[in-house]
Design a protein around this ligand. Sequence first.
Ligand code: FAD
Length: 448
Amino acid sequence: SPQLVWFRQDLRTADQPALTAAAEKGPVVGLYVLDDDTPGKWKVGGAQRWWLHHSLAALSDELEKLGSALILRRGRSSKVVREVAEELGAGGVHATRHYEPWWREAECEHGDFVILHDGDVLHEPASIRSGAGKPFKIYGPFYRALESHMPPPRPLPAPRLTSPSKLPRSDKLADFDLLPTKPDWSGGFSEWEPGSKGAAKQLRRFLDHASDYASSRDLPAVDATSRLSPHLHHGEISPRQLWHELGRKGGEKIRRELAWRDFSRHVALSDPDVGEKSQRPIGLRTRHGKAADADFAAWTRGRTGYPLVDAGMRQLWHSGWMHNRARLVTASFLCKHLLLDWWRGADWFWDCLVDADYANNSQNWQWVAGTGFDSQPFYRIMAPLGQSEKFDAADYIRQWVPELARLSDADIHDPWGRGAAPSDYPEPLIGHREARERALEAFRKRGS
Ligand code: FAD
């Protein structure tokens, strides 16, 4: 009997256990439901909608080439999946297990109706437990436990498919309205190629210089990281495929980073509210009101007067992605220098990142804010000017903050301090020393 595969963040055909299992049982049809109801406030963000449009087009092509088809529908997935399964007369419905709290609820609602397969992680995070049988809260011991389950199974090839003679009705991709119209802010997104083919190309590019990863991954001006995060989020490449490919060239360091992705999912499983609530609230009095809102707006636009922060925020807006070092510095700046609530920044990232990922974004923001179970203490305050020098961000700043492009390496990290700022570059929202004292004072007075 025909089998339905419900795709979500697993938009690929190779190493796709749900698809392979379906193909073993009968003719297959893929289904993607654009569901803005089930996730509530976590519906797919603006930048990611652009990605999703192109990724769905790519998946549809892939399925057609293999002999099947992708059906598109809109609505609440718990209802739509059943409707389409009925229209098809499906003998089985298959899906990849996901870890976002809203998807877990939807999976529970479906009960046995949907058969779940592992495909989003290196190793099923629910089965990784401490000696006492508890979930881990800290990355180090989690990683050691994960390592004992490595290597992951070898990736599966894309299955050969057949299609049932009669297909359920499909919406048109264009009717999903996923692409921006006016204004079209996606001009800078042209560097990306969503879809499995784009992921494979990106992986090959990365493998050519993967041996530089450990030494250069922290330098925002160097293209040393894989830039696979949006492909991984959308499941266009599986973490297991990546893990095996990385084995070749000095992959140990990047495998450790990839394991953070599994760790975030492990955390989101035991603490589904990680995106909404501080795990260990500090009781800090954060800033609210007009001045705080104006500072937040300046941060989002990359006009804080701190070159590395501004470069990161502008890279985010223009390309939908930000280098990890800049994510750390911009997020720390929001939480500590501006004393704003971390979730305001996390929400902005959610809307602007093509790799926005509930588990990764929430867990990393809590790490920076000092509110996570595993996190940097709040009183450890990153110096954005010092970070810029230490990680050699001059060319990164030149690329993203054109008004500073002519400054020398000596002046560019701190143009105001060096008396070299051009008139069109904003003054710092607050001096570093003053901000540091304000943050530490707030920390001392916390809970009072
Ligand atoms: P690489 O260095 O090549 O790493 C390979 C893969 O490992 C990444 O694609 C990613 O899937 C995973 N990975 C690497 N670092 C981390 C990490 N710290 N936590 C979890 N997974 C990691 N990553 C997201 O995928 N989505 C997010 O929404 C997100 N939000 C973040 C917010 C903040 C404040 C910070 C500090 C980090 C955030 N990260 C997020 C983690 C990290 O910055 C990105 O995964 C990384 O920069 C992506 O670039 P890359 O693919 O070149 O990474």
